[in-house]
Design a protein around this ligand. Structure first.
Ligand code: GDP
Length: 321
């Protein structure tokens, strides 16, 4: 495992893929590779792209890669794939477009197969970012499927959060937007060819304007950018490059105002929490599972022979010194 970490530090893409897979599959001792790379993380600019499924995040990400490559930045993309590898699904077809960067050694794209609705997503994302960072990627784009809570969690990982909105998503999006206000550093209105894009743009501008007073400590003016339709490739590329510029501007703002560390404080606390879980609780659970203890406990609690709290106390006194 130590070797695997070393290879990642040397820029070995296959090693990085393997490490990400090991992390996802929770292969024992993978943390040894993480120990090896940790000191070389924290250099990349992490950009989160979030929004409802079908909002056009993958399409935008693909163009972002291009825009950053034009500026000679190396790029990592961590896509949180809502479709399981077993069911496949239409989204896979879209992802294939990212293959246009497949030959480019400075681009590294990985999907996390973890389903959006399942726990552990945050951990997998955080660790995936570390691996890409250690690999030397300067810009890391994290594309999350925007389903409720996960959208908000992106703020624990990204320095700059782009929220993608599209016209015609109905009223429920309005409610969503309220929660999104707190996480968005940049709003993007996508699919300009659709009816209502102009209206949504104005509404979002209004919303940003009205909420300005609420965020007292925030001197960053949240921009709202309308992206030209992908159906007009040239204009589309231009408007995505304009977002790239805003993204860079936001990063500079964070650096100039010493806010980068602030953003990462929460993530670090969550990471310690998760590492503790892995070091303490996971081995205990593994042991219990191995011996078939868990099923026995379930039966005991079902029969009310013992309650879960007493049970946990007993286990804790056995394992925790
Ligand atoms: P994601 O689920 O947010 O990643 O969305 P995708 O990038 O996969 O896009 C969903 C669908 O919207 C795809 O079929 C895209 O081709 C389409 N799409 C993306 N951008 C535009 C656009 O500007 N206009 C229109 N009409 N369709 C778009």
């Amino acid at each position: 495992m130590k070797e695997l970490g070393k290879k990642v530090l040397a820029g070995d893409i296959r090693a990085a893929s393997r490490l990400i897979r090991n992390l996802e599959d929770q292969i024992p001792n993978t943390h040894i590779a993480m120990q090896e790379i940790f000191n070389n993380t924290g250099n990349a600019h992490v950009i989160g792209i979030t929004g409802a499924p079908g909002a056009g995040k993958s399409t935008l990400t693909d163009e972002f890669i291009y825009a950053f490559r034009q500026k000679d930045k190396s790029v990592g993309v961590l896509a949180v794939d809502p479709t399981s590898p077993f069911t496949g699904g239409a989204l896979l077809g879209d992802r294939i477009r990212m293959l246009r960067h497949a030959e480019d050694k400075k681009v590294f794209v990985r999907s996390l197969a973890t389903r959006c609705s399942m726990g552990g997503l945050s951990k997998a994302v955080g660790e995936g970012i570390h691996v890409m960072d250690a690999l030397g990627k300067e810009k890391i784009i994290v594309e999350t499927c925007g389903v409720g809570q996960q959208e908000v969690e992106i703020i624990n990982h990204a320095h700059t959060v782009i929220v993608v909105l599209v016209p015609g998503m109905g009223d429920e999006i309005q409610a969503l937007k309220a929660g999104l206000m707190e996480v968005a550093d940049i709003f993007v209105i996508n699919k300009a060819d659709r009816d209502g894009a102009g209206k949504l743009y104005k509404e979002t501008l209004n919303m940003v304007h009205m909420s300005k007073g609420a965020a007292a400590d925030n001197s960053w003016n949240i921009p709202v950018l309308l992206v030209e339709s992908v159906l007009e490739p040239h204009k589309f590329a231009e408007s995505v490059d304009a977002i790239r510029e805003k993204v860079e501007e936001h990063y500079q703002y964070l650096v100039d105002n010493n806010l980068l560390v602030e953003r990462m404080r929460r993530k670090t606390a969550a990471e310690i929490n998760e590492a503790l879980w892995g070091a303490i609780l996971q081995p205990v659970l593994n042991n219990l599972e191995k011996d078939g203890e868990i099923e026995k406990m379930v039966e005991q609690v079902l029969k009310k022979e013992i309650d879960p709290y007493t049970l946990a106390d007993q286990i804790a006194s056995k394992y925790v010194k």
